[in-house]
Design a protein around this ligand. Structure first.
Ligand SMILES: [Mn+2]
Length: 357
């Protein structure tokens, strides 16, 4: 597997050249990727979710003292000139930079924003990094876009970059092709995730990526989690007072029903497999993207816990399925809500990686 070895070498280099940041038990970081910001016109895929991105950054993460990492493909340079993006979204760029006062703000390169000029006119020039490496005690999390794994494509792209940008900007846009370079089929997404998964396990690190637009958070499976939660409640039950017993009994009933629904669904779909073998090693996380029709996914690191969260317009009244025992919270007086889809402590995640990888 010469290709595979080359890709791992590439990732190793990325790890060693990454910007280093120390995280401790009090650190808060939010990671977003794939904003694909354009010029504000009808081909701008960021436009629809811009109010939500602005509200969550301004009213939740900034006052909550979170630092910020934008993990690649922030500007859509395949289709729009940089100046048209920075002038349309100037206030967003100012908002990003405000996160420096909470600790740090870094922006990694993706394939759609790889050719940013090192000009002074680019507002985020000082915050650019190939990758960001979080040290958490003796363990490490590497934040990078993920396109680096498509080495072949990537090298070609660098060589022919100017032509590619020309073709996309002048041919693809009028033809109405949206983001054809991220129109990954499942097999391609899977290949990227699998390579990064193997690399992460070998290095015993966590990788946090974007690029494939597919949110990823695997640790304890939902079935295992529900079993664990029921077990926990049963153990606590004898020591509770009457009122709490009644509530706990009801909760156990709900969790039990959810567990049977999960098992039935798993049997129907023959779930399992994916990038994971029989034992889940939670070494790859993906923040998803910001251009979804129904909302935005993001990854939070908050006081030793890592979470996959979903932000959406609560008025649309959709049902979101949390892998955990969570319900949505509203963002102040806005129409927006957040639900934690999945979460686990970093200590637990690194225990699994160090013991099982
Ligand atoms: Mn990408």
């Amino acid at each position: 597997m010469r290709h595979q070895r080359r890709k791992h070498l590439h990732l190793k280099r990325l790890f060693h050249n990454a910007v280093k940041v120390n995280l401790d038990q009090t650190s808060r970081v939010v990671i977003l990727s794939d904003l694909h910001m354009g010029n504000g016109g009808i081909h701008d895929e960021f436009r629809a979710n811009a109010p939500l991105v602005k509200a969550m950054l301004q009213s939740c993460y900034l006052p909550g003292k979170f630092s910020l990492v934008l993990n690649g493909d922030i500007e859509e340079l395949f289709k729009f000139p940089l100046e048209s993006i920075t002038s349309r979204w100037a206030e967003m760029f100012d908002l990003f930079l405000e996160f420096r006062q909470n600790g740090f703000f870094w922006k990694t390169y993706g394939n759609h924003d790889a050719v940013l000029p090192s000009r002074e006119s680019y507002p985020l020039a000082e915050s650019m990094a190939d990758a960001v490496r979080f040290s958490y005690g003796d363990d490490n999390l590497l934040v990078f876009h993920g396109h680096q794994v498509s080495v072949h494509l990537w090298e070609q792209y660098s060589l022919l970059n100017k032509t590619v940008v020309f073709l996309l900007r002048y041919l693809a846009k009028p033809a109405g092709i949206k983001n054809f370079s991220v129109a990954y089929n499942n097999r391609k997404q899977f290949a990227i995730e699998k390579t990064i998964y193997d690399f992460s396990n070998r290095q015993r690190i966590v990788s946090i990526i974007g690029h494939t637009h597919r949110p990823l958070f695997e640790s304890l499976s939902k079935v295992d989690y529900l079993n664990y939660r029921i077990e926990e409640l049963c153990r606590a039950y004898p020591s509770l007072d009457e009122e709490k017993r009644a509530r706990t009994k009801q909760r156990i009933g709900e969790l039990k029903a959810e567990l049977s629904a999960c098992s039935a669904k798993a049997k129907r779909k023959r779930l399992g497999g994916g990038i994971y073998d029989e034992i889940t090693i939670p070494s790859v996380f993906n923040s998803g993207c910001t251009i979804g029709k129904r909302g935005i996914t993001a990854i939070e690191i908050d006081s030793g816990t890592i979470r996959l969260v979903y932000w959406y317009n609560g008025k649309q009244n959709r049902r979101f399925i949390s892998e955990r025992d969570n319900s949505p919270t509203k963002l102040g007086s806005t129409a927006f809500s957040k639900i934690v889809l999945n979460e686990d402590s970093l200590d637990y995640i690194f225990s699994r990686i160090n013991l099982l990888a």
